[in-house]
Design a protein around this ligand. Structure first.
Ligand code: EPU
Length: 413
């Protein structure tokens, strides 16, 4: 459980870790090359530990020391992702692409729904089918097979992050050219492509809607540094937005957060890039505004719980529209317990800012919603106790310690 009391103004410097949503994919991509790949700037979080366990189950040796993870990949990888591991972390599905690319077969537990509701993987499978893979599903497992993966043009119905990543990782060892159209453009996709290129792949256009991959015969293991976590950076931006103050977020990449920073600017937060991060100054009270989530470069769905938390104490009325995950509004019921004035209608929420929230026991429903409640507690009179804090630990290295270092009144209880 995390205990938070009203805090602020915040001041000081905090450093963000490498991005969870890149590190997990790079770990999966390591499967593409036998030998030892080494990743730097990897956060110490539960999801990374779990991805390591999954790779170990496949025969790899994974060692996490400090911010470095080394992955020894054997020649004979066991191409299976079992239910008990996939069930606790949906992101495990990204081993499908590399397993197919390298071995031509995979047996992966079908990921279920989760806190955001129904989360299909139809686009992953359809895209891989276009490269020649065939799938059968039985007893909760997807069995995938292909003799020779062959490059093709794949047009994604929606720029899905996971589908783009699986296709990218499968196609680097395919025969011929693959073109992924309507690809996701998130910075983590570009990071994955640079990692693959460093291994010897030939990927162009990552970070744009059209990614072209020329298949190569083999890849080699490499050393690589994971891109900064823009969502962790957004968490500290929200903290200072809610509590006021002046902080520096080291390691954060302003160029990966353009749209969010523009919105925060309209709310009254001043942000300027420094040599190695962001300088941020927030007034005592933010102004409300309307925000819609969209695929990158739009305002990410992952920022949405933080935006809702900020608007719940801002001056005026704001409307937040969630366009990526229909079921991703689980912060709201908890914020209502803290005295927020929020009304949800389908995938819109109307938030009338209140002067202050009121500390209460709440539960973290998932990683980002949990972190948003912790941050909301900074503007709540009395004490906020955030239960199920293990969700937060899935995605944040030492959120409590880092917020405390900025002067927040926060501790584990
Ligand atoms: N979708 C489909 N079919 C598919 C794939 C996706 O209908 O085959 C839908 C999803 O249901 C959703 C939308 O497309 O409505 C976007 O899903 P996407 O595939 O882009 O998401 P993801 O790859 O499953 C990653 C992050 C999420 C982040 C989304 C933003 C990881 C491990 N997860 O998920 O991050 O919110 O992209 O699009 O990278 C988190 O870090 O806590 C987190 C949930």
């Amino acid at each position: 459980m995390v205990r938070v009391r009203r805090s602020g103004p915040l001041e000081g410097t905090v450093r963000v870790s490498g991005a969870k949503n890149s590190a997990l994919k790079l770990m999966a991509a390591a499967l593409l090359a036998p030998g030892r790949s080494v990743l730097h700037n990897v956060p110490r979080i539960a999801d990374v530990t779990w991805m390591g366990e999954l790779l170990e189950r496949m025969g790899c040796t994974v060692v996490h020391e400090g911010a470095t993870v080394s992955i020894d990949v054997p020649v004979d990888v066991v191409p299976e992702a079992p239910y008990e591991l996939v069930e606790r972390m949906r992101a495990s599905i990204v081993v499908l692409g590399p397993l197919l690319g390298r071995l031509g077969e995979a047996r992966v537990s079908v990921p279920g729904g989760d806190d955001f509701g129904h989360r299909p993987i139809d686009m992953h499978l359809k895209g891989l089918e276009e490269l020649g893979a065939t799938f059968t599903t039985s007893h909760g497992y997807i069995e995938a097979r292909v003799d020779v993966l062959t490059g093709a043009r794949v047009l994604l119905e929606f720029p899905s992050v996971g589908a783009t990543e699986n296709l990218l990782m499968a196609s680097v060892l395919a025969k011929g050219t693959t073109v992924i159209d309507n690809a996701a453009r998130e910075p983590e996709i570009a990071d994955l492509a640079s990692f693959l290129n460093r291994m010897g792949a030939v990927v162009a256009g990552a970070g744009t809607s059209t990614i072209t991959v020329e298949g190569v015969e083999r890849l080699d293991p490499v050393d690589y540094t994971v891109v900064a976590d823009r969502i962790e950076a957004a968490t500290y931006l929200a903290a200072v937005g809610i509590a006021g103050g002046e902080i520096t977020i080291e390691g954060a990449r302003a160029d990966h957060m353009d749209m969010l920073l523009a919105k925060l600017g309209e709310m009254g937060i001043r942000v300027s890039p420094t040599a190695d991060g962001l300088w941020v100054m927030a007034p005592q009270r933010l102004r409300s505004l309307d925000v819609s989530t969209l695929p990158y470069p739009g305002v990410a769905t992952d920022y949405q719980p933080f935006v809702v938390a900020m608007l719940s104490v801002a001056d005026g009325v704001g409307i937040v529209t969630e366009n990526i995950f229909g079921g991703r509004f689980r912060t709201i019921d908890e914020l209502l317990r803290m005295g927020a004035d929020i009304r949800a209608e389908g995938h819109h929420v109307v938030i009338r800012g209140v002067e202050a929230l009121s500390g209460a026991p709440v539960r973290a429903p998932d990683i980002r919603a949990g972190a948003a409640l912790v941050v909301a507690g900074l503007a709540a009179e009395g004490e906020t106790l955030v239960g199920d804090a293990h969700h937060v630990a899935r995605g944040y290295e030492d959120l409590v310690g880092r917020l405390a270092s900025l002067g927040a009144d926060i501790a584990y209880a």
